[in-house]
Design a binder for this molecule. Sequence first.
Ligand code: UDP
Ligand code: MG
Length: 315
Amino acid sequence: MPLISVVVPCYNEAESLPVFVEACRGVFDDMVERFGTSFEMVLVDDGSTDDTVERFKEAEQVLQGHEVRWLSFSRNFGKESALLAGLEHARGDYVATMDADMQDPPSLLPAMYEKMLETGCDNVATRRATREGEPAVRSFFARCFYRLINGISTTEFVSGERDYRLMTRQMVNAVISLGESNRFSKGIFSWVGFKTEWISYDNVERAAGDTKWSFFSLARYAIDGITAFSTSPLQIASVSSLLLFLLFLVLIVIIIVRRLVFGDPVAGWASTACIILFVGAIQLFCLGVIGQYLAKTYLETKSRPSYIVKETNFG
Ligand code: UDP
Ligand code: MG
């Protein structure tokens, strides 16, 4: 009997949790009958200040016949940390990650599981079909973000992708094996590889409460993503330092030639300018070199595995 874990990060979701848990109960019961699976729900309270944990205890009653495991953080650590904790504590052969606000419809889970069995993939991911219902400015910046990050990162990011997925145990183990503390899940899911199938669905409004994201927190999140999955900004700074270094050397030559041809009408100008340019050039050169090493050091400190094995013939 394959076990499916459903990991749910929750921050002040007391209002939407009852609706969510009820919807999950229907889906779980249905899937137990149709596919012969069993279920475990892993609820992670990310330092909520409302009755979220009380709702967890009620969920244990509502989901009788299915296992419920919950844990509660000492403070708000952010969704990425809550997701990681959930994945680390999930024991399923398959693990789904889902938001608690019904924006990741639990009713999609059977289709995701079916697709996984049909295609033999390791990961069924979801994306929003359109950005309808989202403020135009936010859509615009979201599109810019995806264009930018796909341009500068070797990891692939899919526009409109959600954190709603169903993964095999093997893929979950790979995701957990990335020990970096600045986690950007969308990148990590893509970085670990494995075969992914996509399902699109229409945007759904929150069941209750408000989104935890403001425009500025999203902007910060975007910068987190870029710095976690690309050293391009550092490379750009470093390469432009080296180019300026070369330009300064050329300028020094021009000044010396001018001085030799036209003399020195403003006494001391040529030598002063040369000294300034020379010192500037040395500093930029050193900055460029430091940038290169810093980029390497940054990647090393993440200590990501050098590879992830999917299959062998020796067990
Ligand atoms: N969440 C969390 N910690 C946070 C913020 C959000 O665990 O600091 C959870 C939240 O309870 C929800 C999910 O992450 O289950 C997505 O949050 P939200 O709905 O606010 O994001 P949106 O759907 O607007 O992108
Ligand atoms: Mg939401």
